[in-house]
Ligand binder design. Structure first.
Ligand code: BTN
Length: 263
């Protein structure tokens, strides 16, 4: 399979004039996060991107795993490494979700966000997962922004956890070029991450416009495993989801949120 590194759109999104110093495309890794962490520990400066066709131990949110596509080009899986800036880092997962929505729109695909950053089609099918981790390496704070996109699962029988998912090619009704997609996401990610520091209010307004959770009746995991039920009314300046339970407003920092009436 041709390396995505040679793809003109990926080349245009990386290099000295870009936020992304280098993009490496590997065949098989445990997790692109593992490779990124190893390189950072060896002294490589953040700003590089690791893409892999296969992950044997892909990581998902809340300690879950992340399943590969059945063929190397069915998915796009990568980790972008970012030096933690001065802004509100809790906005980074939201910024990453918005970047995927921006990139998909550039390719003609409309997507939405379920708080914090599950990427859904307008019909509510998930097609992208995002995992942001923060690590301290040699006293420097680094963010790993991991993005897994189901790119083209046409003709593939889904079962189990991913039964309710779809892929971008199914949504578009035609093939999706992984290099175009990667280039678009990397450019959009650079813009949205810069906004975390420089324009957080605009970022949040754009996020609210893309987030289908707002206005919905939801169940969310609160502290200690309790379930908080109510109306999702807003996202605050730190990215927390605000739920009106009828008695009080509760701010949710992390965890899974269920839309009581899925779209
Ligand atoms: C989720 O649970 O929705 C988040 C899944 C994130 C998967 C991506 S694939 C690239 C990167 N490497 C990993 O091991 N996980 C993330």
């Amino acid at each position: 399979m041709t390396s995505l590194v040679q793809h003109p759109r990926v080349a245009a999104a990386s290099g000295p004039a870009s936020s992304w110093s280098v993009v490496d495309h590997l065949d098989e890794v445990t997790s692109t996060h593992d490779v990124a962490l190893q390189r950072l520990a060896e002294g490589e400066a953040p700003g590089f991107v690791v893409v892999a066709d296969r992950q044997t131990r892909g990581r998902g949110r809340a300690g879950r795993g992340w399943e590969d596509g059945p063929a190397p080009d069915a998915s796009l899986m990568f980790t972008a490494t970012v030096a933690a800036g001065d802004g509100q880092l809790s906005l980074v997962p939201l910024a990453a979700g918005l970047a995927v929505v921006d990139a998909a729109r550039a390719l003609g695909i409309e997507l939405r966000l379920k708080w914090p950053n599950d990427v859904l089609t307008p019909d509510g099918e998930k097609c992208v997962g995002i995992l942001v981790e923060r690590h301290t390496i040699a006293d420097d704070d680094v963010l790993l922004v991991g993005i897994g996109v189901d790119v083209d699962w046409r003709g593939i029988d889904r079962s189990g956890e991913r039964a309710a998912w779809t892929s971008l090619a199914e949504e578009l009704g035609g093939p999706v070029d992984r290099g175009e997609l990667l280039g678009e996401v990397l450019d959009a990610l650079a813009v949205r991450l810069a906004a975390v520091d420089s324009a957080p209010e605009q970022l949040l307004d754009d996020y609210r416009a893309a987030c289908v959770t707002l206005g919905q009746e939801v169940d969310a995991q609160g502290a200690g495993g309790s379930v908080i039920s109510g109306d999702a009314v807003d996202v605050d300046r730190t990215g927390r989801l605000l739920i009106d339970t009828g008695r009080e407003r509760v701010a949710i920092t992390a965890g899974d949120v269920t839309h009581v009436r899925p779209t």
